[in-house]
Design a protein around this ligand. Structure first.
Ligand SMILES: NC(=O)C1=CN([C@@H]2O[C@H](COP(=O)(O)OP(=O)(O)OC[C@H]3O[C@@H](n4cnc5c(N)ncnc54)[C@H](O)[C@@H]3O)[C@@H](O)[C@H]2O)[C@@H](O)CC1
Ligand SMILES: [K+]
Length: 475
């Protein structure tokens, strides 16, 4: 599992570690890792042209010491000093190694092979300053490889928000621990490929972390496996309340996801039974209302539902309920909070914005805060879909999960319906809502990648690729 920590936690761990080490040890470790990563990206260090964008803090110090290391290996290293001061020891080391300070920053940037962004790290506040913007643009425009030191300058380490312009890096070399902004859009997109340099913090970081990203092995450990004595009812039955005369396809797609999610049976309830049976004859179909449809272990409510009645029956039930799409419209917060069983909400940014009374752009700009806020308000687990899918627990002390799989090709009609069915099915097998949501997002993203393989996919392709993704993860 990959974990990420807030700045205050990283700083506390650094302080504890530094207390027992000679001064400068951590910066030297960081700079050595950074120089090594740059050497790998350059291929040949000797004769290469490296430019350091140096801010006034320790982030600039890291860049200067790494630059000194590269200069000792024969690179031509030039520092562009952005602040009124620069890290003293770092600057002295660079000059002693044969590096220099730029007279004409734009001229050296134009000829650079690699630019190190050491403007700000975890101490940066409020985005790039205006005077840094033309330099950052020149670095980007030069064709040089841009490497961010610790994190791209201008992004918010804790939230992933980007205020105005920020450095767009090809790679980020981060120290001690991932920061949330490196895993959450929009900042994640600015970071490029992220590499973690171990500076010895691991044992000093707090538990739990702020964020978790599951790996194959973590998901494999969550997926239900039927025991020898299982039957379809013991594996769990998932009820799907979805579709309408206008949108029968949403019901078909939600059922498609539910059939691949491990439940022993899928019970479809609503007006699209004929369409569902035509595609998936294994579905148990009932016209409704849900209260008369028979026992289930979890409900999925909402995809393509339109004004079809039944929401009250489902929300009033004593089993876990996943609410998506039309089910989220006019969702009664008090009713959700009063439910005796867990609720899982799966909005995209637009739906989340409507629930929070804000606009879509605001949710996309601060996904991590939005998902936590929704979970707290509704007393529910929330899966916020989008370029970075996040899963928050109603307990603020529980780490948010960030989904590492997925592809922009998933932005296609109906893919959310498949995800709802899949997650609901996992809920019915007995997974906790946070686990069901994060395992579903993981499998769904992986299935989309497999199905897309670089070309457009339809939602039913994603559903068809789910068993392959499951096998991949469980292997
Ligand atoms: N604390 C430690 O033990 C270690 C810190 N390391 C490095 O130190 C960094 C943190 O250093 P600092 O706390 O000095 O902070 P930073 O270097 O990240 O930034 C703070 C400095 O930048 C200025 N600044 C703040 N916002 C700015 C903005 N928007 N535009 C321009 N300048 C701005 C501040 O006035 C201050 O001088 C980490 O990101 C990492 O790169 C590493 O060397 C590893 C060890
Ligand atoms: K930086």
């Amino acid at each position: 599992m990959r974990t990420a920590y807030r700045v205050e936690s990283v700083r506390a761990a650094e302080a504890a570690l530094m207390a027992g080490l000679p001064e400068g040890t951590l910066m030297r470790r960081a700079a050595a890792g950074l120089a090594g990563a740059c050497a790998g990206l350059l291929g040949r260090v000797y004769g290469s042209r490296v430019v350091l964008l140096v801010g006034s803090g320790a982030n600039g110090g890291d860049a200067l010491y790494a630059g000194a290391g590269l200069a000792r290996r024969g690179a031509g290293v030039t520092a562009v000093l952005l602040g009124a001061r620069a890290h003293e020891g770092g600057l002295a080391a660079l000059l002693a190694a044969g590096g220099r300070v730029a007279d004409d920053p734009f001229a050296v940037l134009a000829r650079a092979d690699l630019v190190l962004d050491g403007i700000t790290g975890i101490g940066g506040r409020g985005g790039l300053r205006p005077e840094a913007v033309p330099l950052v643009r020149a670095a980007r425009g030069s064709g040089a490889v841009v490497v961010a030191v610790d994190l791209p300058s201008g992004v918010d380490a804790d939230t992933g928000a980007v205020d105005g312009e920020a450095v767009r890096a090809d790679a980020t070399v981060t120290f001690g621990a991932y920061k949330p902004g490196l895993l959450v859009d929009p900042a994640r997109e600015y970071a490029g490929a992220v590499r973690l340099v171990d500076i010895g913090l691991a044992d000093l970081l707090p538990s739990p972390p702020e964020l978790e990203a599951l790996h194959h092995a973590d998901v494999a450990g969550l997926l239900p496996v039927p025991a020898a004595e299982s039957d379809k009812y013991r594996r769990g039955v998932v009820g799907v309340v979805a579709g309408s005369a206008r949108y029968p396809g949403a019901a078909v797609l939600a059922v498609a996801g539910a059939l691949r999610g491990g439940a022993g049976a899928v019970r479809y309830v609503g007006p699209a039974g004929a369409a569902v049976l035509a595609r998936y004859p294994e579905t148990l179909v009932h016209a409704g209302p849900p209260a008369d449809a028979g026992r289930v272990q979890a409900w999925v409510l909402g995809p393509g539902l339109g004004d079809t009645p039944g929401a009250d029956d489902v929300l009033g039930s004593d089993v876990p309920v996943l609410v998506d799409a039309d089910g989220l419209r006019a969702l009664d917060m008090a009713a959700v909070r009063a439910r005796p069983a867990p609720t899982l909400l799966t909005p995209h940014a637009g739906e989340a914005a409507a629930l929070l009374g804000t606009d879509r752009a605001d949710v996309e700009a601060r996904r991590l805060e939005a998902v936590r806020e929704l979970a707290a308000r509704y007393g529910a687990t929330v899966l916020l879909k989008g370029s970075t899918t996040l899963v928050a627990d109603p307990d603020p002390g529980v780490p948010v999960r960030v989904n590492p799989t997925g592809t922009p090709w998933l932005a296609t009609a109906g893919s959310g319906d498949v995800l709802s069915g899949l997650a609901g099915s996992l809920l019915a097998t007995g997974l906790a809502p946070r686990d069901a949501a994060s395992a579903a997002a993981y499998l769904h993203g992986l299935a989309a990648r497999r199905a897309a393989a670089g070309a457009p996919v339809a939602a039913h392709d994603v559903a068809d690729a789910l068993p392959g993704a499951w096998r991949d993860v469980a292997a």
